[in-house]
Design a binder for this molecule. Sequence first.
Ligand SMILES: *[C@@H]1O[C@H](CO)[C@@H](O)[C@H](O)[C@H]1NC(C)=O
Ligand SMILES: *[C@@H]1O[C@H](CO)[C@@H](O)[C@H](O)[C@H]1NC(C)=O
Ligand SMILES: *[C@@H]1O[C@H](CO)[C@@H](O)[C@H](O)[C@H]1NC(C)=O
Length: 232
Amino acid sequence: MCRRLNPRVPHLLLSFFCSSILLSSLPELITAAVVTLDSIEIYNTHEFFGSSPEVYFKCKGENRTIYLPDVKKKHELYIFKGEESWQPLTELEEKKCKRCGIYEKDSFVKPDDIFDEWEFCASDFTSADGKYIHFKEKEFNATFLCPDCLPLEGVASNHTDVPRNKEKGMHWALVLLICVLVTTFIVFGAVSAYKYWQKRKKQQEQARFLKLFEESDDIEDELGIGPLSHVI
Ligand SMILES: *[C@@H]1O[C@H](CO)[C@@H](O)[C@H](O)[C@H]1NC(C)=O
Ligand SMILES: *[C@@H]1O[C@H](CO)[C@@H](O)[C@H](O)[C@H]1NC(C)=O
Ligand SMILES: *[C@@H]1O[C@H](CO)[C@@H](O)[C@H](O)[C@H]1NC(C)=O
């Protein structure tokens, strides 16, 4: 006999389908925001003999050391496009700061000189243009750019963030709505297919039954005896 259609199967398929949709949209919400260096001006070099400094940016726990090859002179403002070969500097997560710094590689054995080392957070990027200025007296003034840090962090000014957050909420609502709709369609489809199949089977059985009767009538007629059904 035909196996009964397991009503759980469409449901299982559907949860799988929906969770994969949700998961595929999740990275977009979690991924870190890219930070680039917008400009820097150094006020000091730590070299004794006036040789040009090797300035670099580095975050603790990261392997990348970002040398700023152009930054050689004091009191000169270097402005970057954000597309330089060594960009971006790093990536920041929403709720996790990184300890980063700007250093100067030392040509001697002693440890590298520190311009400054600080907690670099997505929430620092509060200005509407996604910029954050880190200034240390007598050392440097650097502007960092992170346009994606704004929607990540809901702290900043009310007029810039709210629409982006709303957008995100709408995105979720849309995914949910599509999931619900697709679920409904598939469940309804499966149920009606099952009902149709049941009906067809019933009709076929009835047809076969009727055919059996007709055949037995034929046999009775041929043999010239009473209805077979009475005998049985
Ligand atoms: C950093 O480099 C070391 C060896 O150079 C390696 O073992 C480690 O996995 C690297 N870490 C990351 C996060 O790439
Ligand atoms: C640091 O640099 C930015 C951008 O160049 C500038 O707007 C700001 O006034 C500077 N800050 C200081 C203290 O020099
Ligand atoms: C945004 O918030 C600040 C205080 O955090 C307030 O002074 C300002 O009026 C608000 N702006 C709007 C457009 O609501």
